[in-house]
Design a protein around this ligand. Structure first.
Ligand SMILES: [Zn+2]
Length: 287
């Protein structure tokens, strides 16, 4: 850590849940914030916090979306294209008009979009390349609890399709594992803890260190095809030695899938080293 600390004044914050209608945690946290509004303004007096359930219609039906993913509707191109056809494309434009403001002139300094995942990712802070402040805020949050950063290599705010990118700055908080359509006390707590650490950070002026620790996989990650039959149904399960052991190194020859007949599909020859082995201390973008 070192270099000059940087400040970014954030006042108007929108906390969003239910962008994906079957991710109940974000909806629950938003409703809870609404129920504790007066305490919230006492605790964070310099912030103006707005709350929103983004896809109410999909949430009522316990579905991720009705026709199209709402979290892919917010690039400037999509928003200014021909008249929106899908329910979610229309919802995006409604939200622009009623809550968020145009992409070129956002109403909020920061939009925080709350998501969950069925993957065992723990509490993950998602920040995009275009938003150096978000990257630094995410780095700060990892010093306050057991959290990981997911960095999206999206260089321009204008081209980002994510709902959060409608704010001047954008963060997504994604916690898991939890099934869709389910509330879990521990996942709600992890989401709230990350959100409240973020709000406190903003309340205190959003001052972040000039340098943060970053990790890279050095290109050693790869996507594995799941063996399936002609209808796309799995013909193998993930080996029990690997199941639920996310983010662990996989050595060549380690079992990956186990087929109907008990035969094992081993990991390819490429060694996937522990992330820490290729850790490097990198300077984060300076603005
Ligand atoms: Zn989601």
């Amino acid at each position: 850590m070192g270099a000059a600390a940087q400040r970014c004044v954030i006042r108007k914050v929108c906390v969003v849940g239910g962008t994906h209608g079957n991710e109940y945690t974000g909806v629950f946290v938003v409703r809870k914030l609404e129920a504790m509004r007066s305490r919230l303004s006492l605790r964070f007096p310099s912030l103006e916090i707005t709350t929103l359930v983004a896809n109410e219609a999909a949430h009522r039906e316990n579905r991720r979306f009705l026709e199209e993913d709402l979290n892919r509707q917010f690039s400037a191109e999509k928003l200014s294209g021909p008249p929106a056809m899908s329910l979610e494309a229309r919802r995006a434009r409604e939200l622009i008009a009623s809550v968020f403001g145009q992409k070129a002139s956002p109403n909020f300094d920061l939009v925080v979009d709350l998501h969950t995942t069925t993957a065992n990712m723990g509490a993950t802070i998602i920040a995009d390349q275009w938003d150096a402040f978000a990257v630094r805020a995410a780095a700060h949050l990892t010093t306050k609890g057991d959290r990981k950063i997911l960095y999206n290599a999206i260089p321009s705010r204008e081209n980002s399709p994510y709902l959060a990118s409608i704010g001047k700055h954008a963060l997504q908080i994604e916690c898991g594992p939890t099934p869709q359509g389910v509330l879990r006390h521990d996942v709600v707590e992890a989401t709230e803890a990350a959100l409240f650490d973020l709000l406190e950070f903003l309340e205190n002026g959003g001052e972040v260190p000039g340098e943060v620790e970053a990790f890279t996989t050095d290109g050693s990650h790869e996507k594995l095809e799941w063996p399936v039959d002609e209808f796309g149904f799995p013909t193998a399960v993930v080996s029990k030695s690997l199941q639920d052991r996310d983010f662990m190194p996989l050595a060549p020859g380690d079992p990956v899938f186990v087929s109907y007949d008990g035969s094992v599909v081993p990991a390819a020859t490429t060694t996937l080293p522990p992330a820490a082995a290729s850790a490097s201390r990198a300077k984060s973008p300076s603005k």
